[in-house]
Design a protein around this ligand. Structure first.
Ligand code: ADP
Ligand code: MG
Length: 397
């Protein structure tokens, strides 16, 4: 049986016009596949009446609710979308039914707000499929083993879609969004960003992990594990989008990647410099215990420089209070990452990055590199000119 999973993101279900496009995409796909599974996000971004952020605004920042109750609230956005899309399909005489994550058999642990999916009971979905329904499933959520609604973290609908695809042995998975596919940089920051027609799971994983929010990194990881091709497409047009597949497939088809394939960025970074004699093991263990994940880090004999998500700044300051150190920090930083599977072992990439950022007067605060990435921490105000300069330097335009 050829099964297609289609996931529609927030902007794709935000307006009546967008939802009409969604219905067209589903109805067209139905002609080509034996079964379609639809996964939807909450409608729109901040400010839209039923978006996740708007729901959170209802309780304010200082709420005393438990994480379990917050999950009850924020799971509603996707449930509303699933019912509305189901309704539109029914109005077009397409047999459809709306399901919560739990209804669709998605079982998680009880790590509320960012639960892990531990099992998918496909029986329920399979019986809906057998009866000819298109299940329209609320993304980003599941149900814990003891029956409570859980959510799986921001961007989670991508993961819902890919995990369902894996569990059902889907032929392909389509992620519909508001851009034409995966681009060489975020088109909102770099207007000369170009669409990438075919790219490997690994490269997209690196991009997503470096902040390109077009797809969630764990969704890419699961698709690679399952070996299911992923397509990123625009809900609002008919362009073919980006096909994400294995590196071997790209080599087979003789698709020659450039040395650098894209530039990603992640905002809201804070860089700490901590000087003095402290027990590094104890200190970093304490950060981990408080769920502070370290982005970039350099350790010197009496000094450590590390970058974290700005959200965690107050926790770090509180922990540092217990140590005798000389601490300073820089707020409003941003990490820009150059990505390319082929750069491994190629000399001179870092030199080109430094040169091109220097030329536009951007100060580099810290760097980090891995096999397929080089990241620079910069001031957020330098974001646009940095991405544009690097995009040009590596001939991505
Ligand atoms: P959705 O609500 O559909 O999940 P997201 O906002 O999560 O949409 O992701 C789509 C956005 O990702 C685009 O609007 C774009 O600004 C951003 N983005 C960041 N990096 C890239 C990239 N390299 N290619 C395409 N889009 C990107
Ligand atoms: Mg998204």
């Amino acid at each position: 049986m050829r099964i297609l999973v289609q996931k529609f993101g927030g902007t794709s279900v935000a307006t009546e016009h967008a939802r009409e496009r969604v219905i067209e995409k589903i109805v067209n796909a139905k002609k080509e596949y034996d079964a379609i599974i639809v996964v939807v996000s909450a409608m729109g971004r901040k400010g839209f009446p039923y978006s996740t952020d708007t729901l959170l605004d209802l309780i304010g920042k200082e709420s005393n609710l438990s994480p379990r109750e917050i999950d009850m609230l924020i799971s509603c956005g996707e449930i509303i979308s699933s019912v509305v899309i189901s309704n539109l399909l029914l109005n077009c005489n397409v047999k459809a039914c709306a399901l919560t994550g739990g209804n669709a058999g998605i079982i998680t642990d009880d790590n509320y707000n960012r639960a892990n999916i531990i099992n998918i009971d496909t029986n329920k979905l399979l019986s809906f499929i057998e009866e000819g329904y298109i299940p329209v499933i609320a993304g980003f959520q599941g149900v814990s083993t003891n029956g409570h609604i859980t959510t799986i973290g921001r961007g989670g609908s991508d993961t819902t879609a890919v995990l369902l695809g894996e569990a059902l042995g889907a032929t392909s998975i389509e992620i519909y969004t508001d851009v034409d596919g995966i681009m060489t940089a975020d088109p909102k920051v770099c207007s000369s960003a170009k669409i990438i027609n075919e790219i490997s799971y690994n490269e997209v994983f690196q991009m997503a992990d470096s902040g390109a929010k077009v797809i969630h990194p764990s969704a890419v990881e699961i698709a690679r594990r399952a070996g299911i091709p992923l397509y990123i497409r625009n809900t609002f047009n008919e362009t073919s989008g980006t096909n994400i597949t294995g590196y071997n497939m790209l080599i087979k088809r003789n698709i020659k990647d450039k040395l650098i394939t894209s530039i990603a960025h992640r905002k809201d970074r804070t860089q700490f410099t901590v000087e003095g004699h402290i027990d590094d093991k104890l200190f970093f263990e304490e950060l981990a215990y408080h769920d502070v994940s370290i982005d970039i880090i350099n350790i010197f004999p009496k000094k450590r420089v590390f970058t974290i998500d700005s959200d965690k700044k107050s926790i770090v300051l509180k922990i540092l209070n217990n140590y005798e150190t000389d601490t300073s920090f820089i707020d409003n930083c941003c990490k820009v990452t150059v990505i390319g599977e082929k750069m491994t072992g190629v000399p001179g990439v870092m030199a080109r990055i430094i040169k091109s950022l220097n030329e536009v007067g951007v100060e580099i605060l810290q760097t980090a590199d891995s096999l397929a990435t080089i990241a620079c921490l910069i001031y957020e105000e330098d974001l646009e000119k940095s991405v544009i300069a690097l995009h040009k330097e590596f001939e991505l335009e």
